[in-house]
Ligand binder design. Sequence first.
Ligand code: DAH
Length: 348
Amino acid sequence: MKNDLEELKNDFLKLVKEVGDRAQLEELKNEFLGRKGKMKGLMKDMASLANEERKVIGAFANEIKESIESVFGEHEERFAAEEESTRAEREWVDISEPGRFEGAGHLHPVSQAIGEITDIFARVGFTAVRAPEIDWDYYAFESLNLPKDHPARDDWETFFVDAPEGKKGKIVLTPHTSNSQVRTMETQEPPIRMINIGRCYRRQIDITHVPMFHQFEGLMIDKGVSVTHLKGVLDYFAKTYFGPDRRTRLRPHHFRFTEPSFEVDISCGACGGEEHENCRVCKAGWLELGGAGMVHPNVIKAGGLDPDVYSGFAFGWGVERTLMMRSGIKIGDIRTLYKNDLRFVKQF
Ligand code: DAH
């Protein structure tokens, strides 16, 4: 019996050396020490032994069992260590390696233009204001000398909000930034020099129009403000934003909220306003920027000021249009600005 136990141990020691992984090791252990294993088989035979002898053999069997278990334990540790080291090898990271730079991105070209335009006017004392982008009809039209049902309102293809009328009329998505004029006069004392850049909404979409766009509105109100001041400010802006060679000119036009009213043109950057016959960019050396004029007395009155004491000028242009006209930037279709195509946006 003792010999059988010795042999069992030796068999185990021999076989354990051939084991290649943890699963095989487990299997081998089962084969020897498991519930239906070889050791159990031998133990059954012990039942037939005399008491004395059974004690001795029992103790010996325990020794054998323990030594098999300890060898098993050693091998198990060896496999665990091996697994650990291959995992460490596989998952190794160099934490001292510098990270990969993914690029910081930048502001959208329209946001860049808004920032630049605000800065340019700030340098000559125009303070940035914000007027609501959803406003009463009164500020968008009526106070601007555009009474209810006036046909000129058709020029602004306005979105009306489906909401009850208030004392100041219906609610509109502002179709231009001119709602800031009376709002500013209501809250500030002259001298006023303000610039309002905001979103505008109109029912229109084609290669030169988007239903949501931006305008910047300038307003200066003081005693003795004249067209000369307007011309000076516009020239300053044109030279700063477009380049030192650019000039502006005022062309007679009509707006209900200015008298006189002008269309502002800027000399063409491609031909310099000289060789206009052959220029493909401009009409006769000039490009149209936007509207301007001397604030109508009725608008000054609506702002709570006396038009016999105060005068002023105003102008309002599209940001997208102005950005697209800057030399070197040619955007064929204004809608491209809002397509969220990074290949386009990254060029700015
Ligand atoms: N609000 C006008 C528009 O959207 C543009 C404009 C013209 C604004 C003349 C002005 C101005 O301030 O004086 O078409």
